[in-house]
Design a protein around this ligand. Structure first.
Ligand SMILES: [Zn+2]
Length: 152
C-alpha cells in the first residue's frame, strides 16, 4: 500500500487563485510594490496605461474578510501608487475602485483595489459604473435601513 501523502490544508480558492500565485511567484507579474500586508502589480487587462491592482497578501474574497489593518494598508498603498503612477506616466487624475462580490462585477475572488490613471477625455467615473439604474426609493427610507444595519 502506498504511503499516504500528508494532508495539506489549503484555504478554498487559493490553489488556483491567480493573485495568490503572483504572491507566491508562480505566476509572473509586473510587481510595483509590496510590504508585509499588500502587493501591487500591473493589471494584465489595463483600462488605461498604468492600471494597477493592489491586493492583500493573505487570500480574502471580500473587504469584509480583511482585518482593518489590511484594509488600511490596501488603501494607503493605493493612494501612494496613484501618486507615483500620476507622476511617472503624466496622468492628471485617477479612479480607485473595488468590485466586491459577483453582483458588483468581481471576476477574481481575491480582493483587489483598482488604481486606474486618467489622462482626460475618456469619460466615465465611479458614479457611472452602474449601467442601468433601478427604481429610486425615498432617501429617508434608504437611510433608515442602512442605519438599522449599522446599529446591529
Ligand atoms: Zn488569492
Amino acid at each position: 500500500m502506498p504511503a499516504q501523502a500528508p494532508a495539506v490544508t489549503v484555504p478554498h480558492g487559493m490553489e488556483t487563485c491567480p493573485f495568490c500565485r503572483i504572491r507566491e511567484g508562480t505566476l509572473p507579474a509586473h510587481v510595483l510594490y509590496q510590504d508585509e500586508e499588500v502587493l501591487a502589480f500591473l493589471d494584465i487587462y489595463p483600462c488605461a496605461q498604468g492600471h494597477t491592482l493592489v491586493v492583500p497578501r493573505r487570500h480574502a474574497a471580500s473587504l469584509a474578510e480583511c482585518p482593518p489593518a489590511t484594509v488600511a494598508a490596501l488603501f494607503h498603498a493605493a493612494v501612494r501608487l496613484a501618486g507615483a503612477i500620476q507622476e511617472g506616466l503624466g496622468a492628471p487624475g485617477f479612479n480607485l475602485g473595488v468590485n466586491d462580490g459577483r453582483a458588483a462585477g468581481q471576476e477574481v475572488p481575491h480582493v483587489h483595489v483598482h488604481v486606474i490613471p486618467r489622462y482626460g477625455g475618456e469619460g466615465g467615473g465611479v458614479q457611472r459604473v452602474v449601467k442601468t439604474r433601478g427604481p429610486v426609493q425615498p432617501l429617508a427610507e434608504t437611510a433608515a435601513k442602512i442605519l438599522a444595519a449599522l446599529r446591529r
